[in-house]
Unconditional design. Structure first.
Length: 542
């Protein structure tokens, strides 16, 4: 590893952080135990007892390190039980082993020409071209470190709304002592996302389609974790369930790093004066990414506002405006599927902080959510939320409009999730006039969503034209010799479009998306949500 990572950790306090539950009815545990357990035994989420604080000088020093060095320096206080060398090895495997197609791992790119200059935190340079790689490349190494100490093996259960599934598969494939089962909603992921998952190789990986939407898949996985009988049978074989969802501390903590990293890079290239406050704009689903930004602020990063961008499933926008969280509403499938979520699990961690760490209060809200599907926070908590957070949403045509407008203004092509963020940031600028510089989380490559992006840039006609010629797409006709292979498999139409988009934009496809059409489909299992326990038992020979 480069010498940069040997710089001393700059954190100044909280030398030995332990983790407590947001619901207050579980004992405090060490970091690796929090990673191993995923969810706290009382149903709450693990949060650090305390946050290390960095002063301006320590933040400035991060500017002289590479990404791995920054990760090591920032994460070391959070994982005292792993030890410096252990964490250095994990970080090296995650960020220095050739899986990232940019030497900076997470570069920040400042663009002019749109309504105002924005700094895009490019989170799509990992193996699956979306931001979840940042957490999921590191988590397996933290988890195996935790399990080795107990002589256990992990069975990772994941419910995915798209990007998590592939990123988790890529992170865990071939990692000794682990097995991973990914459940994706049959009607809730893009064809490219589905194709990426069902072609994943590795003898320790399993992929299952669930009939229903993301919440059905996620509830199903929650029931699996709560199934005592299944857990006991698994334990008798020396294994245990573990989570790779964004509630796992081992996935959330690595996301804190890129906010510091983008900030110091922005200072270095002159876009942000040292010490100045920035706003952070995040396209949000399960609330993990934006929560990591909030934690960065708790650690001393100078952030003004967190702008929480939602799509048509804007339960969070409504919550931030009224204090009423209400999941009783229609669920929409949108062009930003990783944000099609009605229960944002990580919000519980923010509630814990804004309620002054009152776990009784958190329990009451979560009980209401379970019973009625809604809860209402009182005026003081709402006021505290609104001090830091601002919520907005984009509908489908606004999302496409943002892709088109931003491309015309800057030449840069946004993916639909990032486009939601840009649209909402536009609303924020109009309504508040807040001129602080903004960092925007750019969460995926536009090539993961070729149909939406092509339609946004060139209109529905362009998509029809490209897909009309899809029968002649490379690989399609030769594959099975049928007359209309494109109609027989929509994924192939989308893959043809992907090539077309790459050609028309003059940008090569990222490595993770090359040759998808030619890879063999390795996973065809499907089930109803209620059959998930049976499917898991079969896979694990229980
Ligand atoms: C997961 C994801 C999001 C939402 O992130 P959360 O941490 O769930 O809020 C946004 N964009 C993309 C591309 C994603 O994969």
């Amino acid at each position: 590893m480069s010498s940069e990572t040997q710089v001393e950790a700059p954190a100044q306090s909280a030398p030995s952080i332990r983790y407590i539950s947001t619901r207050g009815q579980a004992a405090a545990v060490a970091a690796l135990e929090a990673v191993r357990l995923g969810l706290a035994p009382d149903g709450g989420l693990f949060v650090p007892e305390d946050f290390p604080r960095l002063d301006g000088e320590s933040i400035g020093r991060l500017g002289q390190m590479g990404y791995s060095g920054r990760a090591l320096a920032l994460l070391q206080p959070f994982f005292p039980d792993l030890g410096g060398p252990g964490l250095a090895r994990a970080v090296e495997k995650a960020y220095d082993s050739g899986q990232w197609d940019d030497p900076q791992v997470v570069p920040v790119r400042w663009l002019r020409g749109w309504r105002r200059e924005v700094g895009l935190i490019e989170l799509m340079h990992g193996p699956t071209c979306a931001f979840k790689d940042v957490g999921l490349q590191l988590l397996p190494h933290l988890l195996t470190a935790a399990l080795e100490r107990r002589g256990q093996e992990a069975v990772i259960l994941v419910a995915t709304s798209g990007d998590t599934g592939k990123a988790a598969l890529a992170g865990f494939a071939g990692v000794p002592g682990t097995r991973i089962i990914v459940f994706y909603p049959a009607d809730g992921v893009s064809n490219v996302q589905k194709r990426q998952m069902v072609t994943q190789a590795g003898e320790n990986v399993h992929v299952v389609a669930v009939q229903g939407n993301f919440d059905d898949a996620q509830s199903g996985v929650k029931r699996l974790f709560a199934d005592q009988d299944l857990a006991a049978r698994l334990a008798s074989t020396g294994r245990r369930f573990s989570s790779a969802n964004s509630i796992n501390w081992g996935r959330l903590a690595p996301q804190i790093v890129y906010y510091f990293s983008a900030y110091v890079d922005s200072v270095r290239n002159g876009a942000v004066p040292a010490g100045a406050e920035v706003n952070v704009v995040v396209p949000t689903g399960n609330f993990g990414n934006i929560l990591a930004a909030y934690y960065a602020k708790c650690m001393g990063l100078p952030v003004g506002r967190f702008i929480c961008a939602s799509n048509r499933n804007h339960v969070l926008t409504d919550f931030l405006r009224t204090g009423l969280y209400d999941r009783n509403r229609p669920f929409y499938l949108t062009s930003s599927p990783s944000m099609d979520i009605l229960v944002s699990s990580n919000l519980e961690r923010l509630l814990f902080e804004v309620a002054g760490r009152d776990s009784g209060q958190v329990r009451a809200w979560m009980a209401d959510l379970g019973r009625r599907g809604s809860y209402q926070v009182g005026p003081p908590v709402l006021a505290r939320l609104q001090q830091d957070f601002w919520g907005g949403f984009a509908d489908e045509s606004q999302t496409r409009g943002a892709i088109r407008e931003f491309h015309q203004a800057t030449g840069y092509v946004l993916d639909p999730h990032t486009a939601v963020a840009i649209h909402v940031y536009g609303q924020y600028l109009e309504q508040t006039g807040d001129r602080r510089p903004a960092l925007v989380a750019a969460t995926a490559s536009p090539f993961k969503f070729p149909a939406t992006v092509a339609e946004a840039l060139w209109g529905p006609g362009a998509v029809a034209a490209a897909t009309g010629s899809a029968g002649a797409a490379p690989g399609a006709r030769e594959r099975d010799g049928r007359a209309e292979p494109a109609l027989a498999e929509p994924a192939l139409v989308e893959l043809a479009l992907l090539e077309e988009l790459s050609r028309r934009l003059g940008q090569p496809l990222p490595g993770g998306l090359q040759g998808l059409g030619e890879r063999p489909v390795l996973h065809t299992a499907a089930c109803r949500p209620e059959d998930m326990p049976r499917v898991v038992a079969e896979i694990l020979d229980l």
